[in-house]
Design a protein around this ligand. Structure first.
Ligand code: F6R
Length: 348
């Protein structure tokens, strides 16, 4: 049951550090898979839908930067148009919480004809676990809320383990151990987000921007907000804003800027200034001590500065989940049961 919480979603947001710890325990099993595929593949293709697609996008940045194997990400519903370009040196990785999403299962059947397949799945014994060549089980436990939260960070952990082991990045493997503590630190400050969420009560539109590793965070933050609070939200690559959507930015439109410390900080900062100059109401999600961010933003939520851009996807998503949850509640909606959505989409 809800264990004293008002909704499953907030309970599951609070369970994320445990979900991550438990998924990190899968490391030896992930290593076995890595040992089998290593040296036999020259291309990786991720296939998924929705939130699982956003986890996959992070996987592309990780595998290309740590391992250097060309990696692409396809929506499961668009997969078949690329099927002819697969071969036995392609590893196709399916990401699915439920393991029952119709589009994803269909793509898995197609990929099985030519390529090695790996499924990263939360629900034990689900169809995807029975059909893929290799399986990594995320250990989030059952997720009841329709919006994926703890299963998303667990998918990311599985992808980080896979990429770091494939790239033999022992330092990153060590840093992953600290992620549950960083998440607990964020959760302790959840009232700050609750306060900020009041501003969004009557908004109709919002933008989320990021660059590099923070771009999929922006996409996922926008998806969360639109699905449970019914605010039209767009996630954008920060550098792409000026190629069109900046026309929509004017006074008071909320723009959430995801800006962890790291190589892209300066560039994201100048994108922040571009929207600020047009009167946007900026919420900066960045690092403790980032004085530039604090002085340029209307509101900030600050995270431990040891969380750099590379591990940011695992931690910076948490305030965005909290934001969508509180905005939903403040708009008197039920975050656990958004209209028109099902936990598992079993039609193509
Ligand atoms: C969003 C959400 C959906 C799912 C998508 C894929 O919060 O939950 O976008 O991520 O329907 O579902 P799975 O991962 O079960 O294949």
């Amino acid at each position: 049951e809800k264990g004293g919480y008002d909704h499953f979603m907030i309970k599951e947001i609070n369970e994320q550090s445990t979900a991550i710890k438990n998924t990190l325990n899968e490391k030896d099993k992930v290593k076995e898979i890595v040992d089998e595929v290593k040296g036999t593949i020259n291309r990786v293709v991720f296939v998924a839908c929705g939130t699982s697609y956003h986890a996959s996008l992070t996987g592309k940045y990780l595998i290309e930067s740590l391992v250097g194997i060309p990696t692409e990400v396809l929506l499961a519903s668009e997969f078949k148009y690329s099927a002819k370009a697969l071969n036995d040196k392609t590893l196709v990785i399916f990401i699915s919480q439920s393991g029952e999403t119709a589009d994803t299962l269909k793509a898995l059947d197609v990929a099985n004809e030519t390529s090695k397949t790996l499924a990263i799945v939360n629900v034990r014994g689900s169809s995807a676990t029975r059909r893929a060549d290799y399986v990594i089980q995320t250990q989030a436990g059952p997720e009841i809320g329709v919006a994926a939260t703890k299963t998303y960070v667990s998918q990311l952990v599985a992808i980080y383990l896979f990429s770091a082991l494939l790239g033999e990045d022992h330092e990153l493997l060590k840093r992953l151990e600290k992620v549950p503590d960083y998440i607990e630190e964020v959760l302790q400050k959840r009232d700050e987000i609750k306060e900020i969420s009041k501003k969004y009560k009557r908004d109709k539109d919002a933008f989320f921007i990021g660059r590099g590793f923070s771009y999929p965070i922006a996409l996922e933050g926008a998806l969360k907000l639109k699905e449970i609070s019914y605010i039209h939200a767009e996630g954008y690559a920060a550098g792409e804003l000026k190629h069109g959507p900046i026309a929509l930015i004017d006074r008071n439109i909320p723009v959430v800027v995801v800006i962890p410390p790291g190589q892209d900080h300066k560039k994201i900062m100048s994108n922040l200034q571009e929207v600020k100059a047009r009167g946007a109401d900026v919420l900066g999600i960045g690092a403790v001590g980032d004085e530039d961010l604090i002085s340029e933003s209307d509101d900030t939520f600050l995270i431990n500065c040891d969380v750099d851009d590379i591990i940011a996807p695992l931690v910076y998503i948490v305030p965005l989940q909290l934001l969508s949850y509180h905005v939903s509640v403040i708009r008197e909606l039920d975050p656990d049961k958004p209209k028109n959505l099902a936990k598992c989409v079993t039609v193509e």
